[in-house]
Design a protein. Sequence first.
Lengths: 330, 444
Amino acid sequence: MKKNLTLLPAILLTTWLGCGGNQEATAPANTGVNGENAEKTKGIIAYTPQTLSNPFFSVIGDHIRAEAEKNGYEILIVDPDYDVKKQSDQIDDFIAKNVTAIVLVPCDRLSVGPAVQAANKAGIPVFTVDAKCAAEGAEIVGHVGTDNFQGGELAGKAMIEALGEKGGKVLILDLKRAHSCVLRVDGFKKVINAHNKEAEGKIEIVSELDGNGDRTKGYQSTADALQAHEDLDAIFAINDPSALGAYTAVKEANREAKIKIIGFDGQLDGKQAIKDGKIYADPIQHPDKMGKQIVQLVIKYQAGESFEPETLIPATLYTKAEADQDPELK
Amino acid sequence: MKNLDTGKLLSDYGNVLVLLLLCVVISVVTLEEQSPRSTAAAENLATIIVGDAGKDANILILVRRGEGQQEFANTLKNTLSKADLNVIDTVVGTPADARAALEKQTEPLDVIATDEHMAAFCLEQLPKLAKKYPTFANTTAYQPKKHLWPNFLKKENLLNVLKQISVVAIIAIGMTMVIITAGIDLSVGSLIAFSGVITALSIQQLSGGADPTTGHLVLGCAAGILVCALIGMGTGGLVTLFNIPAFIVTLGVMFIAKGLAFIFSQSAPIPIANEGFAWLGRGSDLMGLPNSVVLMLLLYGIAHVIMTHTSIGRYIYAVGGNPEAARLSGVPVKWILVFVYTLCGLLAGLGGVMEASLHITGDPKSGTLVELQVIAAVVVGGTSLAGGQGKIFGTLVGALIIGVIRNGMNLTGVEAHMQSVVYGVVILIAVMVDQLKNRAQKTN
């Protein structure tokens, strides 16, 4: 009995040490009484995205890491897995660790507020990437995001090009609870409406369904819409996973020759699908630039320099022509 | 004989030992240089500066804004002024404020007294500024002497750990009782979301669009908790009246409550328009202890008394140990079962209110998978899933073990998927120990 119980801590200990290995690298250098002596690091930048299982956020994280380390900062990355409670706990941990700056992709634009306020109270500057924090009284120093409305306009233009002179019937797969995705649809509709005022072949939005931003729901909703609309010509999905789900449904119904799909994001599998002709085009975001620029904001803040509190990076359109040139793809 | 006693001691308090050991290990791996921010540190720093700098030296105090920083700066200023040094300006603010203060400097500056963060600013910016402005040619920046101390053992971090486990630990009280009766309750995570949504909606309804008063907040919370207690009672009723396994009943309730939370809230978090609502989740009134932690400790005290000193406690153990024998010896088995599920629902409702308070929002997405964390805390705490045995304080220790591991891994930046692996390993080890303990008792 005793033997078993002494074994337990030993196993825990090895597990612990096995995964806490990066600790040595983060130990700061010794500083003398006067702070003049050079420190090895300038401080810690902590990053908590919505999830790391979405490549979009991990690419942002990779570029935050690269840019931060290039400029002498340490980096701490954690994964709240879409759970705002976990994210708030992580922010509390960052405060206890007394980090230099917090970079955040809010899991929920309102509920994360009290945690941001706690960081404000501790004097730690908070930055947001991609999604904004809309909680009252929560102070965000800087934001870098994608111009989602402009991205939606690009999708609209691509749709007009894809459907040609005849126009046609379009399904939208949206995600209403994400503000960024609502903006994408707004931009899309603006271009389509302007087009319909002038052009002969009208583009008609016949249905707007929830695609939940994932493959499963994107597939289900599209399958239902295909039943309801025999003459559907195209689909606009607000991100790649739901666009790929839509493709599965279209393929299952043997209508992939007729129905054009436009996605959003430019994740690797989305780009591959464009190359393979499954998706017509994507307005793509630039997570690499987002990661880099947010660190630049942190550096400017730390140096006491002035900067624009909000930077929106324009989306660019990615079609088969770009995909064929892309060295990342097979 | 003596050997046997230590064996029993270990099996009773084995998880306390594990907790202590974990704390030691985490303390070692989170050992880091700390920059003190107390007023005593400010006095020390001032004394050093007085020793180094000549009389009439020009001094600027730069401190990053934040809690307690103003006192730090004031102490510096007072101590330095008393020693006849010339404190030109005191800035408590952002790096931009610091830059502005430096750039408007006209007289030659001898010393900048700073804290850790502004020291980093000075280190980088002073050489650049010195090129532009001759006033900084001979400026030296001073910061408090650093010392080694684990991030884990900082007071605010330990309080963080307690605060973070409070919701899971409180619900785990009810879950412990349910599991001791050889049942299970999978609905508690969904009830967190449901209770939060009901609370937020009730507050909205009661205040009728205006800013809610404290009375509205209390009534709203009561509504959320009461509804969940009723749902728990219903669960208990189904388990006893229709003899359906608790796993199935609570699985059903889990889906229903989750769905209703989304329907009632129309899938969007409901904000509560009164900052006072954060009192329970984020406030700390009693000697700096967070209110949620005080509540947790209080409830554990009460639950311990119930389980060890009342007949209800004895009945709960009896029902789990051998329901037939309990029934024959006059234990009201059905009532006891209804009681534990009601209590579990009530505590889940309370957890939901605490969660809503933490975020000042009723969020239908909250509480996801919390039921598994709660069950993990109970199991790691040494309660047997077979029923009949377990200790309330064991569950608290179980929740602490999980909370401490989580906090330690976040402090050291362990990657998220590895965190999941470690949780899994801890739970498996706990169950293994539980099994071995049972086997050892049987062979005795």
